[in-house]
Design a protein around this ligand. Structure first.
Ligand code: SF4
Ligand code: SF4
Length: 327
């Protein structure tokens, strides 16, 4: 190694160790703000293994109608394309597991869609954390909450807040996978956290439980089959072989998370915005059949469900077997 590289290597190490107190303070503040976990990873190229798996997934058409997943290859390769001089990705997890389930005889919504759209809640908390960081360090920060094309589960796993399970979810050991992820890409060098190895072991439950066989042995999801994608992202008809497997699911699907043993210890979120509102708790199949556009707009005004739009939700509803909801 040339002498100047040794020097720059040493000064970087010094800076990282000096910043370890800052890392501790950032993590403490993140927990205070309601995040369950906070970890740090050093910015670098996404490894070929991860990047090529994404390219193969796209090439096979497994992203279905989500064509936006094809774009921004350079940012997916390296977050410095988002923020030049970026040094660290701070990954954060926010619990959304609801303390109250919707009545079992009503149409089912994925847990993540029970409360207020997480993007707003997450953005506000990330912004608060950035404001805090600016009080203790001089740096540039860029917030991401599903708003930038980075491999957020990869960065979260690398930052040691969990591991990517066969169901392709990020799983926090002992806490499960009902977490929203957010990131702060920053020029601040922080000591990287220790990644966590997969704890799936020989388990196969999610693959076996998926009602449409959308999870491959290697843990990749075929969005052309996945109920979550088809009921939320698909703007056309749902293929009959998928529509007949919806059961009571009218928006999203949690099955591959519900069967995961790591979720048996999921604890409800304390974030009030993620609890289901009264209008959703009382939304029976009968009421949904008569739902007007105005009622849809009022009930789902601040909800992730508005992504499917009125037409999408009513299309999903029309796929469900009315006999499942007879009281
Ligand atoms: S969300 Fe549902 S349909 Fe999609 S992979 Fe998981 S279990 Fe299968
Ligand atoms: S159900 Fe089993 S295989 Fe699937 S993610 Fe959970 S632990 Fe891993």
């Amino acid at each position: 190694m040339p002498c100047h590289d040794l020097l720059s290597g040493c000064s970087k190490m010094d800076m990282l160790s000096e910043n370890s107190d800052i890392a501790v303070a950032i993590r403490q503040e993140a927990l205070k703000l309601g995040f369950t976990a906070c970890g740090f990873s050093t910015v670098a190229d996404t490894p070929d293994e991860v990047y090529n798996a994404w390219q193969d997934w796209i090439a096979q058409g497994k992203h279905a109608s989500m064509t936006y997943m094809e774009r921004y290859a350079a940012v997916r390769r390296n977050p410095q394309e988002l923020l030049p001089q970026a040094s660290t990705v701070i990954s954060l997890a926010l619990n959304y597991y609801p303390s109250q389930q919707l009545p079992a005889h009503n149409p089912r919504f994925a847990y993540y869609a029970y409360g207020k759209d997480y993007h707003e809640v997450m953005r506000e908390k990330l912004q608060q954390l950035v404001s805090y960081i600016h009080t203790i360090a001089s740096c540039e920060c860029r917030i991401c909450c599903d708003t930038a094309p980075i491999f957020e589960r990869y960065w979260a796993a690398r930052a040691g807040i969990g591991f990517v399970g066969r169901n392709s979810q990020l799983i926090l050991p002992g806490r499960g996978s009902y977490f929203f992820l957010g990131e702060i890409v920053t020029t601040l060098p922080l000591p990287p956290s220790q990644p966590i190895a997969s704890q799936c072991g020989e388990c196969h439950r999610c693959i076996d439980a998926c009602p449409v066989r959308a999870i491959a042995e290697d843990g990749t999801i075929d969005a052309r089959r996945c109920i979550s994608c088809q009921t939320i992202e698909n703007r056309g008809e749902i293929a009959p072989e998928i529509a007949c497997r919806l059961g009571r699911r009218v928006y999203g699907c949690d099955t591959c998370q519900e069967v995961c043993p790591h979720n048996s210890h999921a604890t409800p979120t304390t974030i009030a915005e993620f609890q289901p509102r009264e209008e959703l708790r009382t939304l029976t199949y009968k009421k949904m059949r008569k739902l007007t556009r105005e009622e849809f707009a009022a009930i789902f005004r601040q909800s992730a469900v508005k992504r499917a739009k009125y037409e999408g939700l009513m299309r999903n509803l029309s796929c469900l077997d009315a006999r499942l909801f007879e009281e």
